[in-house]
Design a protein around this ligand. Sequence first.
Ligand SMILES: Cc1ncc(COP(=O)(O)O)c(C=O)c1O
Length: 398
Amino acid sequence: MSVSNVIPTSSFAVDGIRKDVRDIGASLIREVAHLGMGRGNIVPLWFGEPDQPTPEFIRKAAIAALEAGDTFYQPNRGITPLRDALAVYADRLYGTSLDRENITVTVSGLNALMIAMQSILKAGDRMVTTAPIWPNIIAMPKVLGAQVTTVPLHAGIDGWQLDIDEFIAACAPDTRAILINSPNNPTGWVMPAEDQKKLVEFATERGIWLIADEVYARLIYDGSDVAPSFVPYVSDDTRIMVINSFSKSWAMTGWRLGWITAPKGVGAELEKMMEFNVSCPAGFVQQAGIVALEQGEDFVATSRARYSRARAAITERLRDMNRIHLPEAEGAFYAFFRVDGVEDTLTFAKTLLLSEGIGLAPGEAFGPEGAGHIRACYAVSEDRIHRAMDGLARFLKR
Ligand SMILES: Cc1ncc(COP(=O)(O)O)c(C=O)c1O
């Protein structure tokens, strides 16, 4: 029997799926990655994840919890000790006085974003965000039937910048939510504290919800311990939800653990959303999360230092290639650059992969504003960075 790989784009069944869902395109990053997966000797810099496994002390906490029989359903908003630990973590970093009522533990940052959007956006509403941007942030409101307006970040000599007045002006009367992802994927842009303040004042006055995606909060390279944050503005007098995750700071991408910091009053609503989406995060994963928060600061600092060295290495190598333009990036763990003469970066990424075994993400994946750019995740060993840069330099000389 032969099995066809061709997935029908139209059939009685497919046509019954909501158009909003069908209209969302497949991931262009995966389109490149699928071409390379299974091939030997690839240097993959396409996904946004550290190349090291979760530290042993965190893994051991999960194993101990499993061995102790922590295999049952858990409260929708997370176990109390983890919610308390997350409030203490915020207070330590931002000087806030939050408590567990501000915290909802989620199954990843992605789940946190979806729950926040499901609670806020209905069909026809508008969300305004910056671009280029991680594609899921555009796709998720569309799943809900909402519209998205994007305001471009501008690449200059000093790095990526947002004109905050341009952003505010783009918030049409039907705007129900603003989403700010800072530190930003893919550009590394970090929103300055004074722009955050201005945006909070604007959003509060207009009654617009502000969703802040801060999953890269600890990955900032100006010597600070944490990026400027919207967490200090969270209260029952503002409409702010801050999304965070264990994925990037504690190298826990596969564990699927995140959290929302929100006004206490909306906790009961988020609780319902958790129930209907995932019920709860796994207990043994939450136990590991507590240990990550309580004992993981050295790991956060060591990984930041490692990424900082990797960032210096990739920046130097890319800037040595005279066809490449790389704006300064202050946070996250990506180099987002342009190559002179390359417009179609999807084809470029595929050809580079097939000829040199280097896996990069095409800029088009991050919206039309990302066209002509290429993203490389540098949360990898310096050896991998140099191998990737050697291949890219060879390829560009052809
Ligand atoms: C901007 C941004 N937000 C959220 C996430 C979600 O992370 P996770 O679902 O692993 O917590 C990612 C992952 O790449 C991201 O880049």
